[in-house]
Design a protein around this ligand. Sequence first.
Ligand code: SAM
Length: 273
Amino acid sequence: MHLSERHFKTISKLIEGQVGIKLPAAKRLMVEGRLHKRVRALNYSCLNEYVDNLFHDGQFEDEIAHLIDVVTTNKTDFFREPSHFDFMRDVAVPELLNSRGRADLKIWSSACSTGMEAYTAAMVLDDMNRRGSRFGFRILGTDISNVVLHAARTAIYTTDVLAPVPPDFIRRYFMMSRNRESDQVRVVPELRRLTGFMRMNLMEPSYPVDRDVDMIFCRNVLIYFERETQRKVIERLCTHLRPGGYLMVGHSESMIHSVVPGLKQVQPTIFKV
Ligand SMILES: C[S@@+](CC[C@H](N)C(=O)[O-])C[C@H]1O[C@@H](n2cnc3c(N)ncnc32)[C@H](O)[C@@H]1O
């Protein structure tokens, strides 16, 4: 049984209001497909009954978290859009260290999905230290979805996602399972210790994050937001950067330059405050 137009509209309004993500009519099939499992788990006879009950019996708070998990797109990769990590290693970190001497860098992956962006940054920074740099670093990952945050915290991945990771990084930063049949690997504790994850909605009017962050990744999430939401999110994020800090957006999100005029664009998808 399909979602009626009215019920789909209820869901899309709710999601846009809560997380800023637009769900155009073309997404109806996708939402239906992803919601079926939840509807069965709650013993509803159909999708429309599930939506009717969303607002009943004080279950809204619990259910909205599930609904967000269901509709968010969490695609990510290790070393996704690798030029950002080259820039971090070759330009941003040397420059930040030069301007401040010895330092502890703070990096924030602000729509971190399953943590691959955060752990990629951790590998690159640790590798710099092994090659002679001397700095400490902490990485924060935040996301709206509990499911991806759980995956990020456990840091267990299947081997197929390692394709973009250089072989020496795989040997150094991933533990193989003792079970030879297993196709799972886990990020080493040395990097996990430097990386923390927290649930946070980019739509909130303020973020519970330090205001002296050196580099913020906000990649492949702005594209789902309306222009006005994009502007507000970018402006809020920038208030958490220290002077000279960098903001990286996804390669299809360079348009934010026209949305937030005050930003200094260093490269198409790299900005500086
Ligand atoms: C496509 S993934 C991008 C992951 C990573 N930044 C990358 O580029 O590989 C988008 C992530 O944004 C998260 N997200 C969507 N809306 C959000 C919001 N309002 N607040 C925080 N995270 C959000 C989703 O849960 C999802 O994990």
